[in-house]
Design a protein around this ligand. Sequence first.
Ligand code: NAG
Ligand code: NAG
Ligand code: NAG
Ligand code: NAG
Ligand code: NAG
Length: 525
Amino acid sequence: MSGHVVCLFGVGVWLSSRQSPHYCTSGYQRVHWSAGQAELLLNPTKTTQPEEAHRNMGKSSGGAHREMAACVAVVLGLLFVAAVAATAAVSMDPAEMEALFLVMEAVSSDRDWRSENPDPCGAPWPGLECKPDGDAAAAPLRVTRLDFGVEPNPSCKDTAAFPTLVFSLSHLQSLFFVGCFKNPAAATALVLPPAANLSSSSLQQLSIRANPALSGVMAPQLATLTSLQVLTVSQNGLIGGEIPQGIGELTSLVHLDLSYNALTGQVPTEISELKSLVGLDLSYNSLSGPIPSRIGELRQLQKLDLSSNNLTGGIPASIANLTSLTFLALSSNGLSGHFPPGLSGLRNLQYLIMDNNPMNVPLPPGLGGLPRLQELRLAGSGYSGPIPEAFGQLASLTTLSLEDNNLTGGIPPGLSRLSRLYHLNLSNNGLGGAVPFDGAFLRRLGRNLDLSGNAGLCLDDRSVVRDIGVGVAACHAGGDSDALVAHGGVTGEGAMRGSVDGFQFRLLAPACVVLSCLVALNEYV
Ligand SMILES: *[C@@H]1O[C@H](CO)[C@@H](O)[C@H](O)[C@H]1NC(C)=O
Ligand SMILES: *[C@@H]1O[C@H](CO)[C@@H](O)[C@H](O)[C@H]1NC(C)=O
Ligand SMILES: *[C@@H]1O[C@H](CO)[C@@H](O)[C@H](O)[C@H]1NC(C)=O
Ligand SMILES: *[C@@H]1O[C@H](CO)[C@@H](O)[C@H](O)[C@H]1NC(C)=O
Ligand SMILES: *[C@@H]1O[C@H](CO)[C@@H](O)[C@H](O)[C@H]1NC(C)=O
């Protein structure tokens, strides 16, 4: 059949070329353009082999001259290309193509997908990728990537429904729904097919993000998507329920992000079986119970974020084994108790973000041994006792937030030597004594310095109180700074203007205090 078509085509070309010797030069365009018709003419299940075509062509044209032979060869080549393309297009599995169209129709109204893209893998749109299923020349194309929601990918219609059928695309490797299900009036549920239907899935990346109208749970069938390397189900405020225990079976997972949903229950201890995990983010949910004690088995972990949940208990000692950790965030939970000693062995830690937990212990000096630490946030956690002098060794530190605790004693002079520090908040504690910062330090931090709400702190140079409102009064001889608090302002906001250039702030010197006190009283009383 296909041989006859090629034969007839060859005769046609030969006849045309006799009338117009230049046909061959424009032939490429014609043949290329007619690929659609070729698709209809050629037997869809057979690829025309060049030898067969050549044989047929040879018969029909009979001993042509050299120019003609070249022309025929070119046409044959083009026909072959057209035939392969046509075969590939129609060789997309019909069931898969139908499933793809149903998915597109359920989610997107950007166009009439069926009529405008009858050959999805042959002429893919942004957000769609196909790959041949195997190495054979005639391998059928399979859908490997589908991406909805963000330009230039197909946008989601107002009535988009979560297309469970998408999981029947068995060669799909990446699937994205980003900002897709947003209409509260058309809430739709994340529904997964039964486990048996998912077990052959090739999915490596599943990203369901920023879909405020998507409800449902993390179904147990998720555990059967064992090819997954990246699982993001994030910012879908209606997705609740518990994290399935079976999640421990997704042993290829490298990134797991379930943040900003409404997940409840405990962090399953099985999560510690995800040995390849580099990033784990469960922040902003309603998870309760302890941090699994086996969390330290996630040896590859670089980022751990469990912020803003209802986790209780202590920080597990095994965290000391997370030696690759660079980012640890445990803020806004119910965590309490002592830091495990091994925490100070996390040499790669750059961010320790742990505000708002009822820790109610002294600050551990061991944190001063974290050489790469850039941000240390331990506000609002009932820490008592002094700020460890060892914090002055945190040479990489840019941000230190210790506000809203019960810290007492003086500010360690070592903090003034932290040359990268640009944000220091020690407000609302019980700190006292003279502030050990010089003019250069105060200028550098400017409005990012907040010492307010520490009744016992004072500056030993009156002019600082006047020109820089760091929230601290000038020191009195008796250490009672009440008289000046009102003038000192609340924070450093707007106060650093360079007017302090040239001032040198020194440690408390009794003579200076007496003098400044006298001058101050003179001026303000
Ligand atoms: C699961 O697979 C079976 C058999 O392949 C099929 O009949 C059924 O429709 C599938 N169910 C879903 C929800 O995809
Ligand atoms: C934590 O638990 C308390 C009481 O069980 C509840 O009122 C609160 O909403 C929870 N917080 C979060 C963030 O889930
Ligand atoms: C770290 O891992 C080792 C080996 O698994 C284990 O013996 C040790 O107890 C762990 N350390 C902590 C603090 O849990
Ligand atoms: C400080 O301690 C007192 C009692 O010792 C307590 O009432 C207060 O709530 C604590 N403040 C903070 C911020 O933890
Ligand atoms: C310091 O912390 C307090 C209390 O949380 C906050 O109000 C203030 O804005 C912070 N100051 C700076 C400079 O960040």
